[in-house]
Design a protein around this ligand. Structure first.
Ligand SMILES: [Zn+2]
Length: 424
């Protein structure tokens, strides 16, 4: 049992601030009030902000070792070339060790950013079999939650596509047999423009058997706007990939009518504004997705406060309405659906909380919380992180692993990976 005393509890939607003691027990919030149960470990928050952990609704841990990587020999001039010359070279060069270290370092970054659940989309075509176990073990080891999948694709031929489908099926089967509290699975697919009809049907079948949804990139670039002469949303629908359990990343190059069809299907859309800017793929006008809109980083770390700020700034630039607090809460609700838990700050809610070192120079009130969220909280250091009732970050240091040792191993693995990419 853990008692977070002198906590300033922050709820974004509806905006609420409370000074209280938050008691966590057995992975759940036990009580919110004054009492400190006998025998509880006390963590004095000294007035610091305590919030439910942040959720990243779309990321790629496999890209964590790309930071600072030498540029491609020939600079990519468009989205397809970015994939061909950078990401598809990188994921093909990943071996089991690089998969493990990417996941460990990516999860460590998420931990320091206060992100407690990662919805990941993994690819390592030369080491697909068992790769989701490596990612899951790493996420679990750091002490975070993960919703994992393998991005099946026909870009490397039918055999490779089948291996991707199999890895999703295998991992979901394994979780069904021996459930792990911090891990869930979805069915991953790269994107319509690299999927055959046959692979899409196999993925829909795996998703149906495991009662989950497909996590797939949709219309990130104009190259993925149409498939078999149909708008990509129609193709996804026709192949059984569009359902209320589906998670569609980007959804930029879709018509307003198709955006409305996505909303009507109940599928979620993960908006990734920083990645979209980085790849110059356009603006999704996220307001089109209403209450189905989530936020992801697409592999640019897992700092959801910075991603929410970027989403707000892009929306401002396009005069598109965007409510950061609502989007972040929807991310939590999505994670809650995956885990069958509530991530709200209430008794019975999941004991997934972060303590932020925020010092405000101005009054902090429920009515101006949105301003603090957008212009104060990004970049604020995370002091403690608790996931499922267990401390994963204490006083800014990871509790479960030796960070310096992981960094040293990751640096060596990154060097090897970069050399393999430049030799490819
Ligand atoms: Zn992505």
């Amino acid at each position: 049992m853990i008692a977070l005393t002198n906590a300033t509890l922050v709820e974004l939607q509806p905006a609420r601030l409370r000074r209280a003691t938050l008691v966590l027990d057995g992975g759940k919030i036990h009580s919110i009030g004054e009492a400190i149960p006998k025998g509880a470990e006390v963590i004095d928050c000294d007035g610091r902000l305590v919030m439910p952990g942040f959720v990243c609704a779309h990321t790629h841990l496999y890209s964590a070792l790309a930071r600072g990587m030498p540029p491609a020999r020939e600079a990519p001039a468009n989205f397809t070339q970015i994939l061909e010359r950078v990401w598809w070279k990188l994921d093909r060069a990943l071996d089991a060790e690089a998969v493990e270290l990417s996941a460990l370092t990516g999860a460590l970054d998420a931990l320091h950013a206060g992100c407690t659940t990662l919805v990941d989309h993994h690819a390592s075509p030369a080491a697909a079999d068992g790769s989701l176990d490596l990612v899951g073990d790493a996420v679990e080891k750091i002490g975070l939650r993960g919703v994992l999948c393998y991005e099946a694709s026909d870009r490397g031929g039918r055999d490779e596509a089948r291996a991707g489908v199999r890895e999703n099926d295998r991992f979901l089967g394994r979780l069904a047999k021996s459930p792990r509290p911090l891990l869930r699975g979805m069915v991953g697919a790269h994107a319509a423009f690299t999927l055959s009809d046959a692979t899409a049907e196999e993925l829909a079948d795996v998703a149906a058997r495991h009662q989950t949804g497909v996590h797939v990139h949709v219309a990130e670039d104009g190259v993925d706007a149409k498939k078999n002469g149909l708008p990509v949303v129609s193709w996804l629908e026709q192949r059984g990939l569009l359902s209320s359990r589906a998670l569609l990343a980007h959804a930029i190059h879709v018509s307003d009518d198709d955006a409305a069809r996505i909303v009507a299907s109940g599928a979620h859309v993960a908006h990734n504004p920083r990645s979209n800017a980085n790849n110059a793929v356009g603006y999704a006008r996220p307001s089109r997705f209403g209450d189905r809109l989530l936020l992801g980083t697409d592999g640019i770390g897992a700092d959801m406060r910075s991603e929410a700020q970027a989403a707000f700034l892009w929306a401002q630039a396009h005069r598109d309405p965007f409510d950061a607090a609502q989007a972040l809460e929807r991310n939590r609700a999505f994670a809650g659906f995956q885990f069958g838990l509530s991530f709200a700050l209430e008794p019975g809610g999941a004991a997934d909380v972060v303590v932020l070192d925020y010092r405000s120079p101005t009054p902090l009130e429920p009515r101006n919380l949105a301003g603090h969220l957008l212009f104060g909280l990004p970049g604020v250091p995370v002091r403690h992180v608790i996931v499922d009732g267990r401390v994963a970050l204490r006083d800014g240091r990871a509790v479960n692993v030796d960070e310096a040792a992981i960094d040293a191993r990751a640096q060596a693995a990154a060097k090897k990976l970069w050399a393999a990419i430049s030799a490819a």
